[in-house]
Every structure is written in C-alpha cells, then in structure tokens.
Design a protein around this ligand. Structure first.
Ligand code: SF4
Ligand code: SF4
Length: 451
C-alpha cells in the first residue's frame, strides 16, 4: 500500500534511488556548538565578488556586526559571528582548496551565544528593493550548498514575472538532515520568511516541496500553514537529484526550464528552506547570517549530530565536539556523498554553504578500477537533464571540449547520477566538472580578448 502511495506522488523524470542513510541523525534535535577560541571568516564564501573588508587588525567587533560589505550586486555582507578582536586579515585555506583572504577573530571570553540585538525588524512597510538590500547586507546565500547570493534571485528582471515561490525542502543528498531538522524546529521562521519573499516577488502562491522520507516535516508544515497564506506542501517521491532547481520545478509544477534558461523564465523562484528560515529569523531578531545548522554524520564520526555552528568555526573543533573521527576514517567531505567536496585540511572553516560534514571510512571509500564503456546506457536513463553522459565521457577522454559543447555539457548539473550507475566505474561527473571549468575559462578569455 505504502509503495503504491509512493508511486502516485509527484516527481521528475529519470534520476536515481541511492540509499538515504539519514537514520544516523534524522531524530536528533539541533544543538548549539560552543564558540571556538578563534574563527576565520573568508571574504569569499559565495558565488560572485568577494566582500569588501571594513575592519582592521586590532578592531573590537560585536556578534552580528558587519565586518565586510557587498562589493557589487552579486556579493554579500559578512558579519562577526562572535564578539572579540580582529587578530589578522590574511590568506587562509578555504574548503574549495584555494587560498582566500579571511578575517580572523579571537573570541572575547564573555561573548554571548545568543544574539545581542534581539529585536524584530519592521518589514511590512518596506519596498521590495529595500527588503532585497537588507537580505543582501544580511549576508544570505543558498544554504543548500550552492552559496548563490539569495537576493540576486529575488530581483526579478525586467519583463519577467515571478508567479510562484518554491521552497526547497527536498534535501535529496543521502545522509544530510539539517534542512529536515530546520523544517521541524523552525516552522514559524519559515512561514515568516515565505511572507517576506512573497512580498518581494509579488508571487501569488508558494509551494513547499518535501520528499516522502520526511513524513513528519510534511505533516507539520501542512498543519502550520497560516490560514491567510496561499500555499501548499507538496509531498514528493524520494529521488535524487530532486533538490536541483530544475528537477524540483518539474516535480512540483510540471514545468520544464529550457536549456540555458533560468527558473524565472518559467515564472518560478526557488529558495532553500534553511535560507528562508534564516531570513525569517533575521526579521524576527535582527540577526544576520552568522550561524547555520550542519549535519555531522557518516560511519566515520563517533557522535553524529545536527549542530547550530557559528560561521568560521574550524572543522577540527566540530569533529572534536562530535567525539572525533574513528580510526578507519578515510575521507571527510563538506556536503553529501553525491556532490560533496573532500577536505584535505581539517583546519578549514565552516562556511555559509556547509550543509553537512560527512565522514566516510575505508569501507565506503574504495577506489574502483575503471573499465571501458559497455554502452549499457544506464547513465542516459539516469541523467535528469537528458544528456548523453556516455558520449560526453568519450569526448572528455579525448579532450574534445568543442564536441562536448555540442552535446550540451554546460547543461550538466554535476549531480553525479551517471557516475553512480556506471557499471564500468567511469568517473563521468569528475570529467564533466573539469571540462566545464576549462570551457568557462576559455570563454572568459575570449570575452576579455574581444573587449
Ligand atoms: S551528465 Fe551531469 S546532469 Fe547528467 S547525470 Fe551526469 S552529472 Fe548529472
Ligand atoms: S553507464 Fe557507463 S558503461 Fe554504461 S553507457 Fe554509461 S558510461 Fe558506458
């Protein structure tokens, strides 16, 4: 009966069904991580221009104080997560593997864990542009992992219409449960955030998309929808990568975002549920984005948890708080197993886009031998954006990047579904990531040359 019900639920075409492994943390309440002695705030932890630093070494800063301002429209504000002193402004290791200019703050021993401001921000009489500016300066990015500045998606381009807001509560990456816990524990913040976003967009209706492996969140949010709001919770089949914007729009509204187009081209804006809860909190308490919920999980960590972590906390301190790594831990990833980024340096800071810390052991991290493609086409059946990963993989191997363009490699959402199903263990998505980066670099050089 249940499986029949599951099949009648909405979803997108193609995709895969990896095990969800969420049992480790799905029932664990969010706990607050104590402050570390030193926090590192990279000035670039979002897509777009790095923030412009406003403080200097020796400055005293308060929790929530702005320490860097947006350096353009596609940029955000950064804030001190802790009350303390600016110890240094220097290049530091970043979870992306790069060196990034960062503000290092030494904690004041009496820094309050609660927010010092704690008063509601008036929003009803503000214009959409004023609200967008507050969200930009509040430092908001997509908390699902992409870290795209939230306000940019809220600025509807001339001639476009945002009729629908879709709240992304899918969390389709295996292991991760931070969005799930936020939906269960912060529903009032989510609905306030939705109200504000609907006002900005002028949208007529909202949908909250949640997969049916989170029945408690589906029930709670359905029950709590305020009676004066036009919206609904949409229960979705559990399938990967349903959290990708284009897949979610197809699942909820049966609208297809054409190649090279954006959700706004089909009258939709998608925002992550955790981001919306954070915006609700900012307007309730005046608190900018200075902390976030992170799932620390996997067979390689002693005490899995869902923690509210100040941005800039060293990864080592988080792992220590969770009882440390097990002896046979082989890999620590920021994010989930499908799209997460392996970390080689455990001193890197937690970023705004860090949704999870996944600790895998020898057993999960086996290096498999690669075999030739056997043309089974499983990758074609799995690809949610209808690419031909088999063909693209062959082109990548011969470094035929122009050929890859003809096969629409730039539409690849890097979900890894093709690699997951490939019986020949061909590292398809890894090759597509590299190829896309090279093609972007080539295009940028060509634009510069012609300018
Ligand atoms: S080609 Fe890209 S979008 Fe298609 S399954 Fe592979 S990684 Fe996902
Ligand atoms: S799944 Fe792997 S072996 Fe099968 S067609 Fe695709 S690339 Fe080839």
């Amino acid at each position: 009966m249940l499986s029949f019900l599951s099949k009648t639920l909405k979803t997108f075409r193609h995709g895969i069904h990896p095990g969800d492994y969420k049992d480790l943390t799905r029932d664990l309440d969010i706990a607050r991580l104590p402050f570390s002695d030193e926090l590192t705030i990279p000035l670039s932890q979002h897509l777009g221009a790095p923030s412009r630093c406003l403080v200097k070494v020796g400055d005293k800063v308060n929790r929530g104080q702005i320490i860097a301002e947006p350096a353009g429209f596609v940029s955000i504000g950064q804030h001190a997560p802790v009350t303390g002193t600016v110890k240094a402004i220097e290049m530091k290791h970043h979870p992306s593997g790069k060196m990034v200019e960062s503000v290092i703050i030494t904690k004041d021993p009496f820094s309050p864990q609660t927010f010092y401001n704690e008063h509601a921000m008036e929003w009803e009489n503000l214009s959409p542009d004023e609200l967008i500016s507050l969200i930009q300066h509040g430092g908001f990015v997509g908390l699902g992992g992409a870290a795209f500045p939230t306000h940019v998606k809220l600025k509807t381009p001339e001639g476009k219409n945002a009729r629908f807001l879709i709240v992304n509560g899918v969390e389709c990456e295996p292991y991760l449960t931070s969005d799930h816990r936020v939906m269960l524990e912060q529903s009032a913040d989510i609905f306030l955030g939705i109200r504000i976003l609907l006002k900005i967009l002028g949208a007529e209706k909202f949908y909250i998309g949640i997969e049916n492996n989170k029945p408690d969140a589906i029930a709670l949010l359905t029950k709590n929808i305020p009676s004066d709001m036009n919206g609904e919770v949409v229960a979705l089949q559990t399938k990967y990568p349903q959290g990708a914007e284009k897949m979610l729009i197809e699942a909820v509204l049966k609208r297809e975002v054409p190649s090279g187009k954006l959700p706004i081209d089909v009258e939709v804006v998608v925002q992550n549920s955790g981001t919306i809860a954070g915006i609700g909190m900012m307007f309730r308490f005046g608190q900018p984005l200075i902390e976030r919920v992170v799932t620390i999980t996997g067979p390689g960590i002693n005490n899995p948890a869902n923690l509210l972590i100040p941005i800039g906390t060293p990864l080592t301190d988080v792992l220590d708080y969770c009882g440390g790594l097990k002896e046979n831990t082989r890999q620590v990833l920021f994010g989930g197993p499908m799209m997460g980024a392996p970390q080689s340096d455990l001193d890197v800071p937690i970023l705004k886009g860090t949704s999870g810390i996944l600790c895998l052991t020898d057993e999960e991290v086996t290096i498999k031998e690669e075999f030739p493609c056997i043309r089974c086409l499983r990758c074609v059946d799995a690809c949610p954006v209808y690419l031909n990963p088999s063909r693209l993989g062959a082109l990548a191997k011969t470094r035929d990047y122009e050929g890859m363009l003809e096969y629409h490699v730039m539409d690849c959402v890097e979900c890894g579904s093709c690699s997951y199903v490939c019986p020949s263990n061909i590292p398809l998505v890894q090759r597509f990531r590299v190829s896309k980066a090279l093609l972007r670099e080539k295009q940028a050089k060509a634009v510069k040359k012609s300018a």
